[in-house]
Design a protein around this ligand. Structure first.
Ligand SMILES: [Zn+2]
Length: 305
């Protein structure tokens, strides 16, 4: 079980989604030993989609003196991928010395649209529903922040005299905070509408996924979307700072589908998580954003000029 912070519902949903579908390995802080790990001069990763023969490369950041540690089982798996692609795997001594490309075979997002995303096969369909649900969870959180910012902006836009703003206590961050919260709470129509829409959208998704899940075996394989800009751990066991490679900033958040084993229990946990239900929860969950203070201060400055 991953550690779950109970403070934000949206953070929880994200952790549980990752736990069910992305990465569930424990994190450790020790240096990998030679018996279990192999140092590799990893520079980039290359994605291959056999369906359209499409390929693209993502560069890694040059951390840890350019050396990333692979678990021996991951090296063996990577040898197999090289073989499938008809490439020569470097000799052991070359791994530390020569730039190494990590190859990944899967399905590109364009090809996934045609079959994976439309699949009616139960195991894949359950994943697709969960992925859609995950996107809706994230979208709701993003909308809440955006509409709250809009409410504040609308209020500020209506102020034309500095004297109007000066009637409020703007002397401390706390008083500014109270003012901003009071303003936002007066204008929550857009957030409420978004919440209603979110609830109407996710309800049938959750219902359908649960129906399908009931008939499902304890574990199965499905194609799971991974963002190409997320870090990769090269250890099949524990991952730690020496086994993780980070794509550099230029990598775009493109999705790539790879086969992964899925556990019914984890999916069930994701579906049964508490989601945003009330306006109060949405506002709490969105939290307070420091940039709101800047918006008020900037307005005050522009009026007194
Ligand atoms: Zn493709």
């Amino acid at each position: 079980m991953p550690e779950i912070d109970m403070t934000r519902i949206t953070d929880n949903l994200m952790s549980v989604y990752n736990y069910a579908f992305i990465d569930a390995m424990p994190y450790g802080f020790y240096k990998p030993n030679d018996a279990m790990y192999v140092g590799v001069k990893l520079v980039d990763k290359m994605y291959h989609c056999p369906k359209c023969k499409g390929e693209f490369t993502v560069k890694y950041r040059n951390d840890n003196d350019g050396i990333t540690y692979f678990s021996k089982s991951r090296i063996a798996a990577q040898k197999k991928v090289y073989e499938d692609l008809g490439l020569d795997f470097p000799a052991n001594w070359e791994l530390m010395e020569q730039p190494f490309t990590y190859h990944i075979i899967g399905v590109c997002s364009e090809c996934a649209k045609k079959d994976i995303m439309e699949s009616q096969e139960d195991g894949q369909h359950i994943y697709n529903l969960c992925h859609e649900l995950h996107m809706q969870d994230e979208l709701m959180a993003a909308k809440a922040k955006k509409y709250m910012t809009n409410s504040l902006q609308k209020w500020l836009d209506g102020i034309t005299e500095s004297s109007y703003l000066m009637q409020f206590d703007l002397s401390t961050r706390e008083s500014l905070r109270d003012l901003i919260c009071a303003v936002i709470i007066q204008d929550t129509k857009a957030v409420e509408d978004a919440l209603q829409e979110y609830r109407d959208t996710i309800q049938p998704i959750i219902y359908e996924a649960k129906q399908l899940l009931e008939k499902q075996t304890p574990a199965w394989k499905a194609n799971v979307a991974h963002s190409c800009s997320l870090p990769n751990s090269m250890s099949d066991e524990e991952y730690h700072e020496y086994t993780v490679a980070f794509p550099d900033e230029s990598s775009e958040g493109q999705d790539f589908y790879m086969e992964k084993s899925i556990e019914k229990e984890r999916v069930s946990m994701f579906l049964n998580q508490h989601r945003l239900t009330s306006l109060e929860e949405v506002l709490m969950d969105a939290g307070f954003h420091e940039e709101w203070i800047d918006m008020v201060v900037d307005k005050g400055t522009s009026l007194t000029k």
